[in-house]
Design a protein around this ligand. Structure first.
Ligand code: GLU
Length: 299
């Protein structure tokens, strides 16, 4: 690693809700190439904050699959389940800044509002007596972002989201809070992930500002869908990656990202494929699209 690149840090942050599938491989591979091509550090973070959705062994299975694909990470894996104190501390900081409040509105109520919370509980004089969620007070600004792949993106959190949840009523910390606290903790400078998370980015920018964390750069790759247009995910029964097909997956993932891998690399071991892909990575070739369908052998 060159001295100049020591400060480029990226990460892959899977939720261990099941095995890796082709869609998650894309995010891992693109982030890996984007960081390694600049000699940076690539970290792995297990977003294991919701035990009820995490089948036993899923986190380890993800690590084995990444190893098969030669997507090797730097340093120890960070497990979010070990970071609960840090999330509590962040909430305490936001509380001293008067940026959070307790809310006992039901999910049904928020759904009936079209998913945009009307901030009803913000005006309460006394906090709810029973169990409640913690919400972040959004401010009326237009968040804008220059995504390295998708270009200009803007969102008004007041109009499109409302005050959002940082800690759920059942006590679990929300992804939006944990991701910001941990990207900062791990010194992440460059985030690359799936397009489905583009519209979470303004919420994360708002939290970064509130917690005085520097803003990383963002890049959102198209999400792979099945032929019905559904994102490959556990809910849609995306096929788990099989352990003996690493070269095929890697080749197809490079092709999906429009990196033009040479045909003779199709059957090469992943280490060889990556030895070609790292110096040839060109983020400009990644299509500026939200989704791309993939054929049924991956979905
Ligand atoms: N854990 C999230 C997921 O698996 C990704 C978080 C991120 O990259 O910001 O969808």
């Amino acid at each position: 690693m060159t001295a100049a690149s020591d400060n480029i840090i990226g990460r892959f942050a899977p939720s261990p809700s099941g095995a890796l599938h082709f869609g998650s491989l894309l995010a891992a591979l693109a982030s890996f190439l984007d960081i390694r091509s600049r000699g940076g550090q690539w970290l792995l973070r297990m977003e294991d904050l919701d035990p009820a959705r995490e089948p036993p062994g899923a986190a380890d299975q993800i690590l084995f699959t990444l190893e098969d694909l030669a997507l090797t990470w730097d340093g120890p894996v960070l497990y979010q389940s070990s970071r609960l104190e840090a999330y509590s501390t962040a909430l305490a900081t936001l509380s001293t800044r008067d940026l959070i409040y307790q809310c006992d509105c039901s999910r049904q109520r928020v759904r009936a509002l079209g998913g945009v919370y009307d901030n009803l509980c913000r005006a309460r004089l006394t906090p709810p007596a029973g169990s409640s969620a913690t919400r972040f007070k959004v401010s009326d600004v237009l968040y804008t972002l220059e995504d390295r792949i998708q270009g200009h993106f803007s969102q008004s959190l007041v109009q499109e989201c409302g005050d959002f949840v940082l800690r759920r009523r059942d006590g679990l910390f929300a992804y939006q809070l944990a991701v910001v606290v941990d990207d900062h903790y791990q010194g992440v400078t460059d985030i690359l992930r799936g397009h489905d998370l583009l519209d979470s980015t303004p919420r994360q920018m708002a939290l970064q500002q509130a917690l005085a964390c520097p803003q990383p750069t963002y890049a959102h790759i198209p999400v792979a869908t099945n032929q019905q247009g559904q994102k490959l995910s556990k809910q849609h029964f995306a096929r788990p990656l099989q352990r003996n097909s690493a070269s095929d997956y890697m080749y197809e993932a490079l092709a999906f990202l429009r990196q033009r891998p040479p045909a003779e690399l199709r059957k090469a071991p992943p280490t060889e494929q990556l030895a070609w892909a790292i110096p040839n990575w060109d983020i400009q070739r990644v299509p500026k699209l939200a989704t791309i369908p993939v054929n049924s052998s991956f979905s």
